[in-house]
Write a protein of this length. Structure first.
Length: 457
């Protein structure tokens, strides 16, 4: 019960999955709020995020109270032991095809309520009509393989590339020189170069000049090597008009892809870019940690919450609906915290029927294209086999320091990465390859970084 209407379903009630959006919440009551008020708190979450408020209001003629009752959200499946419960929101409470409008409900005011000192959106499950009201990815996994002309063993390999490090420093001309070196090293099959998330258009590295220069290098490298390549140019800007101009520059110069910092530019920006450009959208998630990180409870929600957050799993599902083609999801053996969650997120963005796991809700995608999981952050060739064994071979692996920091230089870094990738595709562990090829660039990389992650302090 919340203050005016009943927002709690009778015990055993199950919502029709095609008529309701389900959200799985975990809460922590504020100090001083007795445990006996748990259900009231849950009902208040449902009320504030659907049709209710903190006090009784006029309920007579023309008050809208009939619809408020009809479209109210309902708490069900309460798990008091783990402080978790589900809320079912009638689909007609929301406008189809409008993710911002939707989030203002279940991910809105409730995180500010004084009765709570912790709240986490663990997962969401959407019905068919809602899923199909969004564009979804234009290319997805199959589309990129086709774009890159991957056949034979290349179709079994991860797509690999590099983000220049230092993060910011190279001029636009130097960035193009780096692209040339990456693409012409080894057997010439290196796939992409990518701007870093905080590289924009600067005095010494202008977006437009950089794009033209790097794409020119790609044209030449493709002719020489016979391998198609990508430049994931960072178009992120707080003006959507400027992002559109940048995407047209990419398109007009023969580019196929762009990179978007999807958290800082926002849901509306992503939705608009998906509808207005025909480019492959590589989604970087800079700033997500301020929303998704939850050190107390872990992926399955077993511990006690330490604050307010939305899981990366939830965001990843929303980004798939809006149409990213590839998405940073964290990785095993990375420098960033991922709570072992990457495999669950990868499953949610690559499957058509995402199974329900402990602490998750599952999802039917009704043919929405799959998204490339992107593994990144402190990765180096020595861990490639472990990353692929957890996330599969349809994965984009991004190595910055792990290629550019090779003791024998950048070309050797590319060669080490290519050797690691080929070994993995052939089912050979990195350790076995290194033992058999002790003087190879890969062996040299392993000498420096080993077979495990490097945590940065
Ligand atoms: C990695 C990276 C990526 C992060 C993003 C960086 O560089 O370019 O942005 O990994 O993290 O700036 O740190 P290195 P996530 O390869 O040199 O570590 O994928 O977790 O969102
Ligand atoms: Mg980066």
């Amino acid at each position: 019960m919340a203050v005016q209407l009943n927002y709690t379903a009778p015990k055993g009630w199950k919502p029709n999955p095609e008529k309701y959006i389900i959200v799985l919440f975990k809460i922590e009551l504020a100090d001083g709020v007795p445990k006996s008020r748990f259900l009231d708190a849950a009902a208040s979450v449902a009320a504030e995020s659907s049709t209710g408020t903190w006090t009784e209001v006029y309920a007579g003629k023309h008050s809208g109270m009939g619809n408020a009752k009809k479209y109210r959200a309902m708490v069900f499946d309460v798990d008091k032991k783990r402080n978790m419960f589900k809320v079912a929101y009638p689909l007609d409470l929301f406008e189809l095809g409008n993710i911002s409008g939707f989030l203002a409900g279940p991910a809105g005011n409730i995180a500010g309520m004084k009765m709570l000192k912790g709240l986490r959106i663990m997962d969401m499950r959407f019905p068919k009509r809602f899923v199909l009201s969004f564009p979804g990815p234009r290319y997805g996994i199959g589309g990129l393989r086709k774009m890159l002309g991957h056949k034979g063993i290349f179709a079994e390999m991860p797509v690999i590339g590099t983000v220049p490090k230092p993060k910011i420093g190279r001029t636009d001309v130097e960035q193009a020189l780096l692209a040339r070196q990456l693409f012409l090293s080894g057997d010439g099959s290196y796939n992409f170069i990518k701007d870093d998330e905080n590289l924009t258009s600067l005095k010494f590295s202008n977006f437009y000049r950089r794009t033209v220069l790097v794409l020119n290098e790609i044209k030449k490298a493709e002719k020489r090597t016979g391998h198609k390549k990508l430049y994931l140019a960072n178009i992120s800007h707080s003006s959507v008009d400027e992002m559109l101009r940048r995407s047209w520059c990419i398109k007009n110069n023969g580019g196929r892809a762009m990179m978007l910092d999807i958290v800082v530019t926002g849901f509306a920006a992503l939705h608009t870019m998906r509808l207005k450009t025909g480019l492959f959208i590589h989604a970087h998630r800079a700033m997500h940690g301020f929303m998704t990180r939850e050190s107390g409870s872990g992926i399955h929600g077993k511990g006690r919450l330490q604050g307010f957050s939305v899981s990366m799993l939830t965001l990843a599902k929303i980004y798939r609906l809006l149409g990213v083609d590839s998405l940073h999801i964290g990785s095993p053996k990375a420098k960033m915290e991922d709570y072992g969650e990457a495999a669950v997120i990868a499953e949610a963005i690559t499957t058509n029927t995402t199974p329900q796991r402990e602490g998750t809700l599952g999802q039917e995608w009704y043919g929405t294209k799959s998204v490339w999981p992107v593994a990144s952050g402190g990765l180096h060739p020595g861990v490639l086999d472990k990353v692929v064994s957890v996330l599969g071979h349809d994965i984009i692996i991004q190595m910055g320091g792990g290629v550019l920091g090779h003791p024998d230089g950048i070309s050797a870094g590319v060669e080490a990465a290519l050797q690691a990738r080929r070994a993995v595709a052939q089912g050979v562990s990195i350790e076995k390859f290194v033992k058999a090829n002790p003087y190879s660039p890969l062996a040299k990389a392993v000498e420096k970084w080993g077979y495990g992650p490097k945590i940065v302090y």
